[in-house]
Design a protein around this ligand. Structure first.
Ligand code: SF4
Length: 229
């Protein structure tokens, strides 16, 4: 499992994949992240310290991800992230959280003390698709509610059962209203949700310009950031 990498295009940054507690929701139909969670606090703290010690600060920008929300990282790991930010002169941090922790986002911004690009796994702004099909547990009605807390939505595209209209609308909302976003092209995993190859082909052709859009990261493979397996 690769846990440290450098993203060289668009917003150049170092990225670390840390280990946290199991996602407090854990019921999204497309997700099998649970395999990278732990309940062993000491193991998490020590692994995360080892991974974070690789950060050099060369870009002044760091992204921290875990298979869940940043609020599921041990508090000792969060304290070490703060130390690294100071030692390595990091000026901007990317973090990610689920909608259920939205009331704690401001607290985290204050705690970290440098600008944070807060990502959220929206998957889709279409509430019916997001809640009934993906079971995301993000009960917002409008992108405006997301904008109150978060900076950067992550969308999922290329799933059997998803329509082109849903994808068009999602991309329009992301590019028109947010300063940053991520589009994950779905790859098959151990869940029963399946990739729709024809839909992926359509998306890649229609939205090829997104690959050059500096504010949108497009992950064609889930390992495109260089971490994970
Ligand atoms: S919120 Fe994220 S980690 Fe939790 S089940 Fe859903 S996709 Fe997986």
């Amino acid at each position: 499992m690769e846990r440290y990498s450098r993203i060289l295009n668009k917003t150049a940054r170092e990225i670390v994949l840390l280990k946290g507690r199991p996602c407090a929701w854990g019921k999204c139909t497309f997700c099998d992240y649970i395999e990278d969670n732990s309940r062993d606090k000491e193991e998490m703290i020590s692994l995360n310290r080892e991974v974070l010690s690789k950060v050099t600060g060369e870009f002044g920008v760091l992204e921290v991800i875990n298979s869940g929300s940043c609020f599921e990282l041990p508090k000792e790991t969060l304290a070490y992230i703060k130390e690294i930010i100071i030692d390595k002169k990091i000026k901007k941090l990317f973090l990610e959280s689920h909608w259920m922790y939205r009331s704690k986002v401001k607290e985290m911004r204050d705690y970290i003390g440098i600008p944070i690009v807060f990502k959220i796994g929206v998957e889709s702004f279409d509430k019916k698709f997001r809640e009934e099909f993906l079971k995301k547990n993000g009960d917002f009605d409008s992108y405006k509610e997301v904008l109150e807390y978060f900076d950067s939505p992550c969308l999922l595209v290329g799933i059997k059962g998803q329509s082109k209209e849903i994808i068009d609308k999602d991309i329009q909302l992301l590019t028109e209203h947010f300063s940053h976003g991520t589009i994950n092209v779905f790859t098959n995993n151990s869940t029963s949700i399946k990739r729709d190859e024809k839909l992926v082909e359509w998306f890649v052709e229609k939205y090829e310009d997104l690959w050059n859009d500096p504010k949108v990261d497009v992950l064609y493979e889930k390992t495109d950031f260089g971490v994970g397996d």
